[in-house]
Every structure is written in structure tokens, then in C-alpha cells.
Design a protein around this ligand. Structure first.
Ligand SMILES: [Mg+2]
Length: 189
């Protein structure tokens, strides 16, 4: 008997990897500020440092930067629990092609940090993630930290979980469950 394949769609940055803590340090260095990521109450991080948007691309184009990100709290446990519960873990990231090793580095990061997954789709920043959500079947959930992506998922009828971050905390446009970490997410299934 075929067991039903469960599909979960998972974002990387600020859901699995602590991009926010990395970028705030980089932007502090460039601007002489001493912010923490808790200050980022919207997603245009460079604006909190009075820097131009171009600094983001400059940082993301540096080789190997994604290998330096730390996993967020309870990521490994949460991802293993989702696997135990029968999920195929489909990663969809808008990291795009910001530097030449991005795909290799991202796979390496999962390996280095002992995080299980089944596939990764790299999409460009201007693409809608929802165009990728249905290609593996009918996902049971999408977890993301950006309200824009969560509303996009809801628009194609996929259930969403918002990974709590300062930039989504006050956004009332998102109506749906919020979780503090991946283990809390996995406990829902
Ligand atoms: Mg993200």
C-alpha cells in the first residue's frame, strides 16, 4: 500500500538560517550603527542603517556568505520530526543567483548543519514562490517569514505558517498561525 506522501514547503532565510543576525552585523559595520535584528520591524533592512538598497546586493554577491549563517533555534530537531512524520521537505528559496556558488553553498550548508531535506528550488527574487509550490503535489503547509510570500501561498490555496520575526510581528495583513521555531511547527502535524 502506498503511504500518502506528505509535502511541506520551507523557506531558508530567517526560517532555517539566521540571515537577520548576519545581515544586521554587516550593515552595522558599514553604517557605524549598533542595531540588533529586533529593530527590523519591516523588511527593508538597509533603511534602518540609512544605507542605499545597493549594499544588500553587494553583500550577497560575496562568495561563501551563506555558509556563514547559523541555523535558527530548534531547526535540526524540527526538520527531523517532520521527516519522522512522513513529510518530503521541499525547500523553496528566493536566494536566486546572487553569487556563482549559491546552489553548491546552500546544499553544503544543509550538510554541514545536519539538516535533512529532499529538494531545493532556487528562484529569482522577482518570481512568485507559489509557482513552485504545486509542482510536487499538494503541500500541507508553507512556512515562511515574509508576509508577501505567505499571502502569495494563501492565494493558491496552500495552508501557511508564519515563522515569527520582528518584521512580520506587526503586519496585520497576515491572518493565520504563527510559530516560534521549526519544532513548534512540526508539533502541529
Ligand atoms: Mg525568508
Amino acid at each position: 500500500m502506498d503511504k500518502k506522501i506528505r509535502i511541506g514547503i520551507i523557506d531558508i532565510d530567517d526560517v532555517l538560517a539566521d540571515f537577520g543576525s548576519f545581515i544586521v552585523e554587516e550593515l552595522n559595520q558599514l553604517s557605524g550603527t549598533q542595531l540588533t535584528k529586533e529593530a527590523y520591524i519591516h523588511h527593508d533592512f538597509y533603511k534602518f542603517h540609512d544605507l542605499p538598497v545597493s549594499v544588500m546586493g553587494d553583500i550577497l554577491r560575496r562568495e561563501s556568505i551563506y555558509l556563514r549563517l547559523k541555523p535558527l533555534d530548534k531547526v535540526v530537531e524540527g526538520m527531523y520530526l517532520l521527516k519522522e512524520k512522513g513529510f518530503a521537505l521541499r525547500i523553496v528559496t528566493a536566494r536566486g543567483k546572487s553569487n556563482s556558488n549559491i546552489e553548491e553553498d546552500t546544499h553544503q550548508w544543509f550538510y554541514d548543519n545536519n539538516i535533512p531535506y529532499d529538494s531545493i528550488d532556487f528562484i529569482d527574487y522577482h518570481e512568485k514562490k507559489s509557482e513552485y509550490y504545486l509542482k510536487y503535489g499538494n503541500p500541507e503547509f508553507v512556512v515562511d517569514d515574509r508576509v508577501y510570500n505567505l499571502l502569495d501561498a494563501q492565494s493558491v490555496g496552500v495552508s501557511t505558517y508564519c515563522l515569527k520575526q520582528p518584521w512580520n510581528e506587526y503586519d496585520i495583513n497576515y491572518k493565520g498561525p504563527r510559530v516560534s521555531n521549526l519544532l513548534e511547527l512540526a508539533d502541529n502535524f
